[in-house]
Design a protein around this ligand. Structure first.
Ligand SMILES: Cc1cc2nc3c(=O)[nH]c(=O)nc-3n(C[C@H](O)[C@H](O)[C@H](O)COP(=O)(O)OP(=O)(O)OC[C@H]3O[C@@H](n4cnc5c(N)ncnc54)[C@H](O)[C@@H]3O)c2cc1C
Ligand code: FES
Length: 283
């Protein structure tokens, strides 16, 4: 957490305002937020892979990943799927509406450990959201990282979001985007099949780099096993996990995963740290 910005009570949300709202797909939308207080805005910084707690006044709070550009922390984007009480309430917000924001929280993607190496990002469904800020970060520092490949899987072609962002990533230097859908349509240009199958289309050198993934846990387990078979070291495979959150600062225990707090030890972990826990059903 940024010490300058959040030296006050970490449970107190900052006032924020919706600057823009973008419809991304069915029940998926992006809220672009701005902290209302100029001092808080100036001090706010985040790392790729961190999350905020968004507080819908009078309803409740939810953990949502930050998807915007870490180099432009004045505007903070969150892509949200409306699934329940709070996220459906957030779905009704429009430009100018107010909400609360605590954060940023957690340990993000290993930007330093990955420096100088190729980046293989593998995502499923809305799992593309938490990796987006990492893509922005690496593309802004293109000379600091090797080749970047994004493998992204959706169930149906209609579930694909971020069309414009994906087009801009395809045009970036030394960057490859491989899309797949479980079921195709005549218009679909990507692969048909599971995201693990896209790994067959990747240059072998990519498996000497660092992998970062986010998506449903069964998908991440399957991808990790596939990467290990291709020779990647467990310490070079990172994944972002989700559990119910309340305090987000390691006090309440709601997010416990074995002996780890997802809110402060994660949400990003190396496979070495969590492989044994991932094998335990229902944890
Ligand atoms: C670190 C972290 C980062 C996250 N980042 C994002 C993000 O970028 N975008 C985003 O949309 N969500 C994200 N989530 C998930 C988000 O916090 C939950 O979807 C949210 O808490 C649901 O709250 P609710 O009150 O709307 O739903 P609730 O009323 O709590 O739940 C309603 C129903 O939806 C189900 N449900 C809850 N979460 C999900 C889910 N993720 N997918 C499908 N069904 C669910 C519940 O099991 C329940 O049946 C993240 C979670 C964590 C821990
Ligand atoms: S959310 Fe309270 S300990 Fe992690």
């Amino acid at each position: 957490m940024n010490a300058v910005a959040w030296s006050r009570n970490p449970y107190l949300p900052h006032a924020a305002q919706v600057v823009e709202r973008v419809e991304e797909g069915r029940d998926i939308f992006t809220l672009r937020l701005r902290l209302s207080d100029a001092g808080a805005r100036a001090a706010y910084r985040f790392q790729p892979g961190q999350f905020n707690m968004l507080y819908l006044y009078g309803v409740g709070e939810v953990a949502i990943s930050i998807v915007s550009d870490p180099d432009d922390p004045g505007l903070i984007d969150h892509t949200i799927r409306a699934v329940g009480r709070v996220t459906q309430g957030l779905q009704r917000l429009k430009a100018g509406d107010a909400l609360g924001l605590r954060g940023p929280f957690g340990r993000g993607w290993p930007v330093e450990a990955a420096r100088g190496r190729s980046l293989l990002l593998i995502t499923g469904g809305l799992g593309c959201a938490p990796t987006t800020s990492m893509i922005h970060y690496a593309l802004q520092r293109r000379e600091s990282y090797g080749a970047l490949t994004l493998c992204h899987g959706v169930k149906h072609p209609g579930d694909l979001i971020y069309g414009e962002r994906i087009q801009s990533w395809c045009a970036a230097p030394d960057t490859q985007v491989l899309l797949t859908a479980d079921k195709g349509t005549p218009e679909w240009r990507g692969r048909v099949g599971q995201v693990t199958q896209t790994l067959e289309d990747i240059a072998p050198e990519m498996f000497k780099g660092v992998a970062m993934m986010c998506g449903p846990e069964p998908m991440m387990r399957a991808v990790a096993e596939n990467l290990l078979r291709r020779g990647m070291a467990p310490a070079d495979i990172y994944l972002s996990l989700e559990r119910n959150m309340q305090c987000a600062v390691g006090h309440c225990g709601h997010c416990m995963f074995g002996g780890k707090f997802i809110c402060k030890d994660g949400p990003v972990f190396s496979y070495t740290e969590v492989s044994a826990l991932l094998a335990v059903k229902g944890l």
